[in-house]
Each structure stands twice: as C-alpha cells, then as structure tokens.
Design a protein around this ligand. Structure first.
Ligand code: FAD
Length: 274
C-alpha cells in the first residue's frame, strides 16, 4: 500500500470539528501515516488549528499541526509547539506561511529555514519536521535554482522531509526530485495531490500559488463546467493516473489536500495499485 497523509484546514466551530473527526475516521481505512491541519496566514488560526489537532487526537487520530511564524515572536512559536508536544505530536509541517492579507509590503518575512533552526535549537523532543517544496517553483523565488538552494537550507537547518505544492505535470516532480538529489537533498520528497472539485476555485488558487494547470486539462474542465458527477469522474481519472505515475516513478508517498472532504480523495486513493 502506498504511504498516504491527509491535510485538513481547521473548522470554525465545534460542529465543524465533529464533522472533521468523522471525515478523518472515514479516511482512516486508507491507513494514512498522519493527518495534518493547516495554520492560517499570520497565525490567524492559532486556536482553531490547535483545537482541531486536539479533537482529532482525542479521537485516536494521528493529527499533527502546520506551524509558521505568523505575526508572533520566537517565544510564542516555541510556547505553542510545547503545547502541541503535550498532546503527543512527534511531527510538524514548518512553514514561512503566506503574508496575511492587509499586511502589505511592511510585512517582515522570516523564512522557513529560520523556523526550523529555531525549533532545533529550542526543542529537545524528537520531532520529524516536514517543510514545503515547489516542483513548479515558488512564485517568490528569484529562480528555479535558488528555490532549490533555499530548500536545501531548510534541510541543512534540520528538516527531515518535504511535502510538495500540488501540480498536474508528473514531469515537473521528477525533474525537481532529480535536481534536488543533485543538490545534495537526500530526504523524502512527498508529492502533494489536489483532487479537483471546483474548477474556478482551483484556477484562482493555482494562479496565486504558481501552479500550472495544463491547457488540455483546463479546456476539458471548462467543458465539464458545473456538472458535479462528470467533474468527479473526470478529475478522479486524471488525478489517479498522475498519482500512479508518481508512485511507479518512485515517489515515497502521497500527501492529499483533502479540503476536508473524504469522497474525492478516497476515489483517487482506491484506484492506486501498490
Ligand atoms: P520558504 O521556504 O521560507 O520560502 C518562501 C520563498 O522565499 C520561496 O520563494 C523561496 O525560494 C524564498 N526564499 C527562501 N529563503 C530565502 C532567503 N533567505 N532569501 C530570499 N528568498 C528566500 N500556508 C499557510 O499559510 N498555512 C499552511 O498551513 C500551509 N501549509 C502548506 C503545506 C504545504 C505542504 C505547502 C507546499 C504549502 C503550504 N502553505 C501553507 C503555503 C506556504 O505557506 C506558502 O507557499 C509560503 O508562501 C511559503 O512558505 P515556505 O515555508 O515554503 O517558505
């Protein structure tokens, strides 16, 4: 069985958290290694992310948090991480995070390598640190090569593995993985997988995140439009073929951006052959 992990965003209410636990329980038959919960830009979901991780863990689900500097200082980040350690987590996803909307150009970036360094300096507990990687190049990167250099800094700072931004070109992943290996990055690089459930939202988000939606895929999605069943069938087929190629080509696992919904991820995962 390929190694899966599932990403959620933190719900707004206790009812939403209960639904999320039910979704996670449903997905658990796919045997994921862990479930992760995102952290809003600028630390905007600090409490909600914690509450979601705590609720999932209470239900016996191996949930771990994403963590970024947000708008807080080093002591705050470490205090929050210590709260998570009390819940028994042994893994996190460490990020720079995105600029909170409204922060404008005054926002001071602290890159993710500094966060990894801080954690390694201040936390003794064994912790597997995942960082983000970008097969199609992060939109702020000065160049593709520099992006890989910056990724290497995160690994040298003490990260144990990478999860990638989603993409729909398998070649982008293989090319990136090989360039990372040539640059001395020897940790697992797990592809991020985004099921397609709403084309307009996906197109908007992808443009911002620097993710390419190939023309053939765009044109087919345009054609299918709002027909939910047809969209699910088509996108399941396209994304599961992508996943199968990635696994056959040596990807160490798959990290699904579930958008808190079980069926699209299940439909893809069930088609994959070990
Ligand atoms: P970094 O690794 O710090 O890199 C950011 C950019 O800066 C890159 O372009 C890099 O090339 C460049 N860079 C790095 N170091 C330097 C330097 N020293 N000088 C100049 N440039 C440099 N966002 C959220 O808000 N919440 C989440 O929970 C979340 N989860 C994510 C999970 C995954 C798996 C992925 C792939 C992304 C996630 N994101 C999340 C999005 C992420 O926060 C954004 O992509 C963000 O813009 C970059 O974060 P990073 O940790 O990759 O940053």
């Amino acid at each position: 069985m390929p190694q899966f992990s599932f990403e959620f965003f933190p719900p707004r209410s206790s009812r939403g958290r209960a639904n999320l636990v039910a979704t996670a329980e449903r997905l658990s038959r796919l045997g994921p290694e862990f479930y992760s919960v995102t952290y809003g830009a600028g630390g905007s979901t600090r409490e909600r992310t914690y509450e979601a991780v705590a609720a999932l863990r209470e239900a016996g689900i191996n949930a771990i948090p994403h963590l970024s500097w947000g708008g807080v200082d080093a002591d705050d980040v470490i205090a929050l991480l210590n709260e998570y350690l009390k819940l028994g987590i042994d893994r996190i996803v460490a990020l720079r995070g995105d600029v909170p909307s409204g922060a404008g150009s005054s926002h001071q970036f602290r890159y993710a390598d500094a966060l990894v360094r801080l954690i390694r300096a201040r936390i003794d507990a064994p912790l597997y640190i995942e960082v983000a990687a970008y097969p199609e190049v992060h939109p702020d990167a000065p160049s593709a090569s520099r992006d890989i250099e910056f990724l290497k800094r995160k690994i040298d700072a003490g990260a144990n593995g990478c999860i990638t931004q989603y993409f729909y070109n398998a070649e982008a992943y293989f090319h990136f993985r090989d360039r990372c290996a040539a640059a001395g990055i020897d940790v697992p690089i797990v592809p991020g997988v985004m099921p397609i459930t709403n084309y307009d939202t996906l197109a908007r988000f992808s443009a911002k995140a620097g993710v390419d939606i190939p023309r053939w895929l765009q044109r087919r999605l345009d054609e299918i439009g709002e027909h939910a069943d047809a969209l699910l069938d088509f996108s399941t087929e396209v994304v599961s073929i992508l996943c199968q190629r990635l696994l056959t080509g040596g990807a160490p696992g798959l990290h699904f951006y579930t958008l808190n919904k079980a069926p699209p991820t299940e439909a893809i995962a069930e088609r994959l052959v070990p």
